[in-house]
Design a protein around this ligand. Sequence first.
Ligand code: CP
Ligand code: NVA
Length: 341
Amino acid sequence: MDSYFQGKSLLKEKDFTGSELYTLIKFAEHLKYLKEHNIEHHYLAGKSIALMFAKTSTRTRSSFTVAATDLGAHPEFLGANDIQFGKKESLADTAKILGSMFDGIEYRGYDQAIVEGLAKYSGVPVWNGLSDEWHPTQMLADFMTIDEVFGHVKNITLTYLGDSRNNVANSLLVTGALLGANIHLVGPKELQPSADIQKLAQSYAAKSGSKLLITDDLAAGVKDADVLYTDIWASMGEEDKWAERIKLLQPYQLNMAAVKATGNPDVIVMHDLPAYHDLNTKLAQDIHAKFGLSELEITDEVFNAPFAKQFQEAANRMHTIKAVMAASLGNVFIPALVEPK
Ligand code: CP
Ligand code: NVA
């Protein structure tokens, strides 16, 4: 009998089935228990992990670093300015070199083709730490958090408000459809996911029973939601788009009116972070000086409400990333998959 996941990369959610994703989530919950009870889990003893970052990161970088260390591996940070790749050395050559020295590679960057190329040429498992198109490790933490709060992921209705064509929105749509969760993407017509991604998600939803809604109608989209989710209005690499995004997305702010419009007293709020909910960051201060806004995609009131789960969600990044690395590279045996419930 083979162990599932061995040698497999995590490049995008659609390379996995709903059962595979849910198995990784349940494994992460187990690893969280081990960590909380100080039970050693050195499944990657003696291994070395490359952490390549072409964009900045707090959660993803920290998660890979701590998870690798907890698993007994050595993580090595390779920032975009520290290595030859991108200037003097090609993708294929870099991938071959890193694959000959490291046992696994994390990559965060722009074009999805880069992380796919690393997997193709390196010969070792590659984990996508965010591309312009997908954010798969974020999804495992998000649906783990939902599983912890509600006890299941199937039939949960998650409404995402905002830029509905960014990496996080694409990933939520496809992952929800694979897992059997209902996903509503609510934002202006100009910022809806591509026809290809909608079609792909619909094909998974037809099998899992998930109901998908992509709309610019806020009231229809938030009604009966169990989870309200939002993300930054201009993603990394889109810093020149703030003026147009503010104009398009202000009506879709996650505020108390949106929370009340769900009609669900038990609704929770999620955000992948970082969030622009006050003026305590340089970017928020610049936007305030230019546009006069002191809160962007989420209000401070909602961000600090007891039903806002973004810090539990962020903490789960580490446990889920650990599950992915251990399952694909570690000395562990996963004999069967867990069906999403
Ligand atoms: N959510 C997320 O990916 O955070 P970082 O950009 O800090 O890694
Ligand atoms: N959509 C955001 C997610 C950050 C974690 C970005 O790509 O910047």
